[in-house]
Design a protein around this ligand. Structure first.
Ligand SMILES: NC(=O)c1ccc[n+]([C@@H]2O[C@H](COP(=O)([O-])OP(=O)(O)OC[C@H]3O[C@@H](n4cnc5c(N)ncnc54)[C@H](OP(=O)(O)O)[C@@H]3O)[C@@H](O)[C@H]2O)c1
Length: 278
């Protein structure tokens, strides 16, 4: 297997462009799934307090025999903890659950415009504390639209290292991606397979047949060549191994364009401008 590329974030830290997502993996299944991923060569795990499986992610990493520094770990602030004191408590809880002294990346999970008076800058300044303390090696946001990012820019000091947003062939998010590129914010594409819903598209099937790669591998490769970071989720060992097998082939520029035009601005998750986090 050709190795997974690193991406350098706007603060100089590096992050593997490919990882493993653990949303909707039940706690009792998480140690097995993360262990399978680490054995297959994944070195980047994306979790969140709200996924309820941080402790099991930490347990799998501890059991793997890998050094802490060999695995890039992201977690996210719970929607119930945006108020600064609550955010500090939540962050302590995340470190404790993961059994680590630092996370590689810590994100505001959702902007939540209708809660906390919409004061995302106050929450962000709390993440800036974690960054200055060295307990979050990088900090970023998730589900932020350009207007949320502009607000941080006006009221806070550190530019988010990443914006983790829903991206897949049915939701290409080219406007948010262009804004992020202009401001040196790296995009992470969540639900990169559209939760599996994009895999039957005829264009993807036909590229899959021509290249001999599976539909999931074709879609993940499309993300990688567009420059986004991805972390597909699976509880199925064969799929966990299949999904990492995307570093020994290339899609043509025509393939990339043919997949990109599948966009229909169709979300699988909530609209960040409307979601109140509950
Ligand atoms: N920041 C946010 O708000 C946010 C929101 C959602 C997700 N995320 C992150 O993004 C990660 C990935 O997103 P996601 O879990 O929503 O969706 P996803 O990775 O796009 O899709 C996962 C689904 O696809 C199936 N699948 C995986 N590999 C496959 C393959 N090779 N062939 C066929 N089906 C396959 C999985 O089934 P099985 O598991 O049954 O194999 C599962 O049903 C999450 O785990 C989480 O870390 C972040």
């Amino acid at each position: 297997m050709t190795s997974i590329p690193d991406i350098t974030l706007n603060n100089g830290q590096t992050i593997p462009q490919f990882g493993f997502g653990v949303f909707q993996i039940e706690p009792q299944d998480t140690v097995a799934a993360v262990s399978t991923a680490l054995e297959a060569g994944y070195r980047h795990i994306d979790t969140a307090e709200m996924y309820g499986n941080e402790a099991e992610v930490g347990e799998a990493i501890a059991k793997s025999g890998l050094e802490r520094g060999e695995v890039f770990v992201t977690s996210k602030l719970s929607n119930d903890s945006h108020e600064p004191d609550e955010a500090r408590q939540a962050f302590e809880g995340t470190l404790k659950a993961l059994g680590t002294e630092y996370v590689d990346l810590f994100l505001i999970h959702w902007p939540l415009p209708a809660r906390y008076g919409g004061d995302i800058a106050a929450t962000w300044r709390t993440l800036e504390e974690f960054y200055r303390e060295g307990r979050a090696r990088s900090i970023g946001v998730s589900n932020f639209q350009p207007h949320h990012l502009r607000r941080l820019h006006g009221e806070t000091q550190i530019i988010p290292a990443v914006n983790q947003i829903e991206v897949h062939p049915y939701l290409t998010q080219d406007d948010v991606r262009a804004f992020c590129a202009e401001h040196q914010i790296t995009v992470e594409a969540w639900s990169p397979l559209g939760k599996g819903g994009v895999l039957g598209a005829p264009v993807i099937r036909s590229i899959s047949e021509r290249t001999g790669k599976t539909p999931a591998q074709v879609v993940l490769r499309w993300h990688i060549q567009r420059g986004d970071i991805v972390f597909p989720k699976s509880v199925t060992p064969d799929r966990i191994r299949e999904n990492i097998g995307i570093f020994g082939f290339e899609l043509s520029a025509t393939d990339i364009a043919d997949i990109t035009v599948l966009n229909r601005n169709e979300r699988t998750g909530p609209d960040p401008d409307k979601f109140d986090g509950r």
